[in-house]
Write a protein that binds this ligand. Structure first.
Ligand code: 6PG
Length: 251
């Protein structure tokens, strides 16, 4: 079951996303010891991360009970401008009381990408428990944040790589044809095992792909972002008005 919320602006989208993340964290930590969160990369989440690092939310979240992971990473060092880890550090991780042993960077710059993928998979299996009807017995995140590319990719699962990313691996190297770059990405079994997935999409450039994904168009099943359907979890699309511009208006 997916829910869609449309916010009036990118700033409102960022605030709503941060508020929802804080709400999910608080609800889960009322029942369990820790909370596992996988961050999205790209540019859209940056404003949301800044909100999480700002009062009041920064003071409401029990950072010392979170484990932070990354849904994907570019094959660049952590200080590189393209690094998702760098973006998350600059907007969030450097500004909240999170010990380094709770931030699990995806070392996609390693020359042996397969080894790096196996190392990250081991981390997932160490810190997360499998459970429920998760596909391939995949470990279950409490929350995974995802963006949507204009081609329908999510994390680093690009159109044409869906079979590769279908499991049983939980993390794998993926080659991005468009720019000839390598990435590491979590795969569909992990993304679909989460207790909650929140997609963030902003801007008119995403309106057509959002329409395809949400309208269930015949193109949708092929799009990677349309394949993220948590087996036993919540799915929320948080969009700003521009990204939602082509959605059928409720009558
Ligand atoms: C990445 C992300 C990727 C991103 C989308 C949207 O590493 O780039 O994992 O899936 O979420 O490409 O990116 P924008 O938010 O920059 O539009």
């Amino acid at each position: 079951m997916s829910r869609v919320e449309v916010l009036p602006s990118p700033a409102a989208l960022a605030a709503r996303a941060a508020e929802e993340i804080a709400r999910l964290v608080a609800a889960a930590l009322a029942e369990q010891e820790s909370f596992t969160l996988a961050l999205a990369g790209g540019s859209t989440p940056a404003a949301c991360y800044r909100q999480l690092a700002t009062r009041p939310l920064a003071e409401q979240i029990a950072w010392d009970r979170l484990h932070i992971f990354f849904g994907d990473e570019r094959a660049v060092p952590p200080e590189h401008p393209d690094s998702n880890f760098r973006m998350a550090t600059e907007t969030l991780l450097a500004h909240v009381p999170l010990s380094a042993d709770r931030v699990h960077r995806m070392e996609a710059e390693q020359a042996d990408r397969d080894r790096a993928a196996r190392e990250y998979e081991r981390l997932l299996r160490t810190h997360l428990v499998a459970g429920g009807k998760a596909p391939d017995d995949a470990p279950r995140f409490d929350l995974i944040l995802l963006g949507i590319g204009t081609d329908g990719h999510t994390a680093s699962i690009f159109p044409g790589t869906e079979q590769q990313a279908a499991g049983p691996e939980l993390v794998m190297p993926i080659f991005k044809e468009e720019d000839g770059s390598w990435r590491l990405t979590m795969t569909l079994p992990v993304l679909c095992a989460a207790r909650a997935v929140i997609f963030l999409a902003s801007g008119a450039g995403k309106s057509e792909v959002v329409r395809q994904i949400l309208a269930g168009s015949d193109a949708a099943p092929r799009l990677p972002a349309a394949r993220i359907r948590p087996v036993q979890g919540e799915l929320l699309f948080l969009l700003d008005q521009d990204a939602a511009a082509l959605l059928e208006q409720p009558r």
